[in-house]
Design a protein. Structure first.
Length: 462
């Protein structure tokens, strides 16, 4: 009997298995071979550092992101922290599984079917791709890291079958020479209803190859035609196609990741794909690491309540990305990929795509918050990845309200999301309006509702 069985050998499962093996536990890893997940393959520098990813796995280093609006306007944004690495999932996933085996993990090639507990401890039944027959693996605890629409999740965690998805489709093609429409160091993100009515399309270089694809939650939308149109618009229709792949992407983390006894979920099975970017690899690996920690604590204490620590610690670390407390994840057009803010057009306030607002210099709503402590103002430096005014020092926090969002509620949300500050008493400091050119051919014309707050205790930024 193993201490732990990890179902799913992608980045999440392989990382969890490796961490547990390093900690001295006996670990089995069940992976379904022969399948490559459709994925843009982007990994940020923080993943490379935290998970010790060697440079040879990076097929490209992206230094610029081109954001294309529905009216075909575009802006090039420098990548924060220098670059984003692009990996080939087939090679990357195999590397992580091999590294886990080097730590003592036993790899099984097969497809999960069910959990049997008639003997007490869970026994996993699976179809072996080696013996071509039913086999069993016995383990004290299980980590379900078998991806979106996880069989483990559906069998063991109530409500897992209700998680919302978009369907992603991409084509891996041979890369062309760099030119006006394509650059090997730039990824393109396209917000266009013809490409996707509710998500986005992408062109992601991988050195000698390119991932071109899109996603949508709209039933009946022709993903293959949309991708073909995107290839033609990007000047990539003559490039040789290597393979075509499709799969669901979850849009919302589950509220519960464990079954209160012997199973905990992680990665896509738990729904951890960033709603604002579609980024999944980093958060999958982080959730796998948290699942490993929770399982280790459960094995140490023999108390299954510690399985809850996986979700608790993950949300504490990454909650501002996922906003699990938000009342409506699908507030605008089903997802937050295309951001709409309140702006005036022809004298009427209406939701307008954010980048378009700044390209056209439309008058729009904003919220600004100033927090004081002992007569000092808490200020922050804008990230270098901001599409305008990067690196500049500014107020405590600011943002645009979502459509139909109250200004005060927006201010509270931004304080919590950016700084972890909750339950602040915010007082209105009036309204101001300004118009300014802010670089990259963008214009800020904001009607700003300002708020002030005073901290009684020294702020603790979380």
């Amino acid at each position: 009997m193993y201490d732990v069985l990890v179902v799913g050998g992608g980045p999440c499962g392989a990382s969890a298995a490796e961490d547990l093996a390093k900690a001295g536990y006996s670990v089995a890893l069940l992976d379904r071979p022969g399948r490559i997940k459709p994925c843009g393959g982007a990994i940020p520098p923080i993943l490379i550092r935290e998970f010790d990813i060697p440079d040879h796995l990076l097929k490209a280093k992206i230094v610029t992101a081109r954001m294309v609006s529905p009216t075909k306007r575009s802006v090039d944004i420098p990548i924060e922290n220098g670059f984003v690495g692009m990996v080939d999932r087939e090679e990357f996933d195999e590397f992580l599984r091999d590294r886990a085996q080097d730590q003592g993990v036993t790899l099984y090639r097969g497809t999960f079917e069910k959990v049997d507990r008639t003997s007490g401890n869970p026994v996993i039944e699976y179809f072996s791709h080696d013996t071509k027959q039913q086999e069993q693996i016995s383990a004290k605890l299980i980590i379900g890291a078998d991806g979106a629409r996880s069989k483990v999740a559906k069998a063991e965690v109530p409500g897992a079958e209700k998680i919302p998805y978009v369907i992603a489709y991409h084509e891996i093609i041979n890369a062309p020479e760099s030119g006006a429409n394509y650059q090997g160091h730039r990824c393109d993100v396209i917000y266009d209803g013809a490409v996707s009515p509710d998500f986005y399309g992408w062109v992601f270089p991988h050195g000698k190859t390119v991932s071109v694809g899109m996603g949508t939650g709209v039933s009946g939308f022709d993903l293959k035609k949309a991708t073909a149109d995107l290839r033609e618009a990007s000047g990539l229709n003559e490039c040789e196609t290597i393979r075509k792949e499709g799969a669901p992407i979850p849009l919302k983390p589950l509220k519960k990741w464990d079954n209160d006894k012997d199973v905990v979920l992680a990665g896509d099975a738990a729904g951890v794909v960033a709603p604002s970017s579609g980024e999944g690899i980093y958060y999958a690996m982080c959730s796998g690491r948290q699942a490993a920690h929770a399982v280790a604590e459960t094995l140490r204490t023999h108390n299954p309540k510690h399985l809850r620590l996986a979700r608790k610690h993950f949300v504490k670390q990454h909650g501002t990305v996922f906003r699990p407390d938000a009342p409506d994840w699908a507030r605008i057009r089903g997802v937050h990929m295309t951001i709409y803010i309140p702006a005036w057009q022809n004298g009427t306030l209406q939701p307008v795509e954010k980048l378009e607002v700044h390209k056209l210099g439309l008058r729009h709503k904003a919220v600004s918050v100033f927090v004081f402590y002992q007569g000092q103002l808490l200020i922050q430096q804008r990230a270098m990845s901001k599409y305008h005014s990067p690196g500049k020092w500014a107020n405590t926090c600011c943002t645009h309200p979502e459509w139909d969002e109250d200004d005060l509620a927006c201010a509270h949300r931004r304080l919590q999301d950016e700084l972890g500050m909750r339950n602040m008493t915010l007082l209105s400091a009036g309204e101001l309006e300004y118009r300014a050119h802010v670089g990259n051919d963008l214009i800020e014309h904001e009607v700003v509702q300002t708020f002030v707050a005073v901290c009684e205790h020294e702020p603790s930024i979380t």
